[in-house]
Design a protein around this ligand. Sequence first.
Ligand SMILES: [Zn+2]
Length: 382
Amino acid sequence: MRPEDVLCPTPAGLCSEAGGFHIDPTRPVAKALITHGHSDHARPGHGAVLATQETLDIMRLRYGDNFAKTTQAIEYGETIKLGKVTAKFVPAGHCLGSAQIAVERDGMRVVASGDYKDVRDPTCAPFELVKCDVFITEATFGLPVFHHPDPAEEIGKLLKSIKLFPERAHLVGAYSLGKAQRVIAMLREAGYDQRIYLHGAMEKITRYYETRGVRLGPLALVRDTKKADLAGTITLCPPSATQDVWTRRFPDPLAAFASGWMRVRARARQGGIELPLVVSDHADWSGLTATIKATGAGEIWVTHGQEDALVHWSQQQGLKARPLDIVGYGDEDEHETISEPDAPVPSPASGGGFGRGNDALSPPPGELRSPTSPAGGRGKKR
Ligand SMILES: [Zn+2]
């Protein structure tokens, strides 16, 4: 039995011919197993979709009720039979509901890990190691220079900045599915109990996290809050929002960005980020290489990111390794576009919205800031 008889890379994504399905297909297919809700992995338009309940719910929130013809929720640890293979969903530690998918046929086990991290995250189940013959890994941060620091220390930097600049509104750019909720949960773990504000694009997903038992403390929407009341507060917003006219709603805004890419100083500077926070939902180099070793796999397939270095490293370890040329996966921090403007949306009849602050805010008069202004050029320099 060859691994390709279990799971085979195709231009549309990983395909199990023997099981009659694809994993995270980049094109519409009859049956899709989806690892997690980020839009490069979870796309609308498939026939049947099998995923964790959370991933299905997130797809429904993003794409509407008709995102697939049929859906089937799979529990972590549950093994399902599909054609000649079995598939098991195992936590990937990447975001709420994220799963690795272990596909097995006649004793040959191939694990498609999707995106993953081996670092604690209070908003999702921790990564679980699965021993396997072939491990399919991402390589978003697959270079030895990538070492993610302790995320708690990065959150500490944000709290320190709030203390130092109590009159400035701290805007934290964060991907709206996963990263934003993780930052909020880590702020709570660090003892920050003040109200945290949200851009409207994050409302639905964040409220969903709360319904799944993730405790995020007092939250409010920026659009329900007066400008003056936002001094000295923390707001989570999509990364691009820290650089647009939306920031005029805030007194003396300070732009932060929570991303693994903030390890690269030039990126922070380019983006006009005053406070880079290195918080990643992807494994760093030591996480990737330690995970590969621990799986015991003799063969490594690398799907996206910095494939070459990880393939080379694996071969040096005596493993078979190759890059998979599947086009269409990326890094969510880099590619998020705001799908919803920060405008009022009707509350559900049942209520359950966030605490409403003050009157609705109309955009204050003021000069438009250039999105290309250099770091430190925004707001007052101190
Ligand atoms: Zn992802």
